[in-house]
Design a protein around this ligand. Sequence first.
Ligand SMILES: Nc1ncnc2c1ncn2[C@@H]1O[C@H](COP(=O)(O)OP(=O)(O)OP(=O)(O)O)[C@@H](O)[C@H]1O
Length: 303
Amino acid sequence: MIEAQHLTKRYGSVTAVDDVSFLVRPGQVTGFLGPNGAGKSTTFRALTGLDRPSSGRALINGAALTDAIAPLSEVGVLLDAGNRHPGRTARAHLRALAATNGISDRRVDEVMELTGIASVSARRAGSFSLGMSQRLGLAAALLGDPATLILDEPINGLDPDGVIWVRHLLRSLAAEGRTVFLSSHLMSEMAVTADHLIVIGRGRILADAPLADVLDGAGTETVEVQSPDADRLALRLPGAGVTVTSVAADRLEVTGRSAAEVAALAAAEGALITGLTTRTASLEDAYLALTHSSVDYAASAAA
Ligand SMILES: Nc1ncnc2c1ncn2[C@@H]1O[C@H](COP(=O)(O)OP(=O)(O)OP(=O)(O)O)[C@@H](O)[C@H]1O
């Protein structure tokens, strides 16, 4: 269980995290989303004891991590995949971490197997690709078999096989009852990995809800209609809360009516339908709607 209680972090005049409170529950994957500079890494650093909050509290399993005796067994952390001695081999890096936390060499071998880096364990970490570094970072996070995982952009740099592997790994860790909290800018991946989402913008929580609710909040389903009688149909479809947009001579986009209603109205009108599809709002749509006013670094339309 991870808990932020009125967490605030200021850097000089910048308030990176502004009175943030949330609970990340065990047994599910919770995604932490937000635009660049929103405060995700700062929140992670406060939770993992790397930064001291200006005010409020950041708790792992009810206590500040700085008070933990064996932090690697309390929480597995991946904050910066490049954060290791480049001259050390992967195995030496993990063994050094394990030794300082009373973890056996056998566990080092286990996590290298689990993360698919056993065959490169004797290679220097400095020669690792971004994807291999991410796997090494995940291996380090898993060393202490922790009940809680905090992972900043764990998918970043992984190839499609790696992305799917991380998805299954995180889902199985959550299914074992662990608390899994991760950030990512890849909405399509979050949509299939996370059960719950916390969205932050300019240091404030914009949403804290199950994935399904965030998607529902994006609202509308759009029904795309293809018909040689689109003009006639466009006159028949309107009603309270209904929008009808003509996108081509033979195509309409309709919100506020289901595909079945559109089909029934077309039949009553004697209009031929040659295509009828329903498009639901994606997580990307929902995310953009939630964060559009909190984006710090937006390119101009011309750019
Ligand atoms: N050490 C620091 N000193 C000064 N300002 C900082 C420091 N760390 C972060 N900030 C500022 O705090 C704000 C939040 O940054 P943070 O790195 O937490 O965002 P983020 O959501 O992780 O962004 P990204 O998605 O780009 O990684 C930004 O305005 C950033 O410039």
